[in-house]
Ligand binder design. Structure first.
Ligand code: ASP
Length: 343
């Protein structure tokens, strides 16, 4: 019998309507279990551990990522796979973070949640949860996990976690992976795509990284952006890294003041990474003249990475390599576990 550990952190999937405020609030784990008797009626043994209190994912922070990753790490040898129940709002951040924290992961860690609470008639909770459990337990003929990655399962697709973005606040298809195909699709049968899976060195032991440094920021460019705004952000005390959200293939206004602000920040040791505002496609600095200044200022390419993956990767790289800007620059130019395509 396969064994899966279900870690519940909260989110809509675990919520009920509060009688007083009428707002959705996380229910306790016993109420949740009562809604899904199927959990304990399959040929997969499911054990449950839950955060107390359960959280709306707007309240999930790096300390919570450490708790989740630590639970996986501590129970790693006892289970074939892990499912993490999580609110959808920040699921892509948490799941991206765990993909970097759990180095040389050889077992599935599947995040899922739902758009409607578990007790609601048309809820997507059961389907998402039960399929995620099946995927977390799935093995090939040799007994190896089919998708030993951190992933997100939602609606009918399994995505590499660090490629995902929440794209819809309403539809059941809440997530997309714009720059990488799904690793599996669920219909009557589940179809896996093993050639798309990132396999680590299976002989290497799992390593856990837990140090985060949150001195990072996102700077989204827009036509008409003013120097004082950029200046104030880049002069933030303690700032170590900036996700620079640019136009199209990684382009920016050519105003000299912007070049000077970016160059001064880079010269001070702040690492700035170019991430396109487009969902699909990659940064290609040098393709247009309007990106040459960014290259001259020492801005790094983020290629086709998501903002969620880039931010969490930066936080971990800075946390694990304090006071070593050269190492951090080198690591941020590297693909860790399939989060970006370097051409
Ligand atoms: N606010 C909820 C959360 O992220 C939304 C959801 O789970 O879908 O916790």
């Amino acid at each position: 019998m396969s064994k899966v550990l279900l870690i519940s952190t909260g989110g809509t999937i675990t919520m009920v309507r509060d009688r007083v405020s009428d707002a959705l609030v996380p229910a306790d784990i016993e109420t949740f279990k009562a809604f899904i008797p199927e959990l304990f009626a399959s040929n997969i043994q499911v054990d449950i551990e839950a955060f107390s209190p359960l959280l709306d994912s707007s309240d999930v922070n790096p300390d919570c990522w450490v708790r989740m990753a630590q639970m996986v790490y501590d129970r790693y040898d006892d289970y074939d796979g892990f499912v993490i129940l999580h609110g959808t709002d920040t699921m892509s951040y948490s799941a991206s973070a765990l993909s970097f924290m759990l180095e040389d992961l050889g077992k599935p860690v599947v995040f899922t949640g739902s758009q409607l609470p578990v007790g609601v008639l048309r809820s997507d909770a059961k389907e998402n949860l039960l399929t995620a459990i099946e995927m977390a337990a799935a093995k090939d003929e040799d007994g190896n996990a089919i998708v030993p990655e951190v992933t997100i399962y939602f609606e009918d697709k399994l995505f590499r976690a660090n490629r995902t973005t929440k794209r819809n606040a309403e539809h059941f298809s809440a997530f997309n992976s714009y720059n990488y195909p799904p690793l599996a699709k669920a219909g009557v049968h589940i179809t896996y795509q093993p050639h798309l899976v990132h396999y680590c060195d299976l002989k290497a032991p799992l390593k856990l990284h837990t140090q985060f440094d949150c001195n990072v920021a996102v700077l989204k460019l827009f036509p008409g952006i003013r120097q004082p705004v950029v200046h104030a952000l880049l002069r933030t005390r303690g700032l170590k890294g900036v996700v620079l959200e640019t136009f199209g293939a990684g382009n920016a206004p050519t105003d000299h003041w912007l070049f000077k602000e970016l160059k001064t920040a880079v010269d001070k040791g702040i690492i700035i990474v170019n991430k396109t505002q487009c969902n699909t496609g990659s940064v290609e600095m040098g393709l247009y003249a309007v990106s040459l200044n960014l290259m001259k200022a020492g801005v790094l390419s983020g290629y086709d990475i998501t903002t969620e993956a880039l931010l969490t990767k930066m936080m971990l790289v800075f946390g694990e390599n304090p006071n070593d800007t050269d190492k951090a620059r080198e690591l941020l130019g590297r693909d860790f576990c399939g989060e970006m395509t370097i051409d």
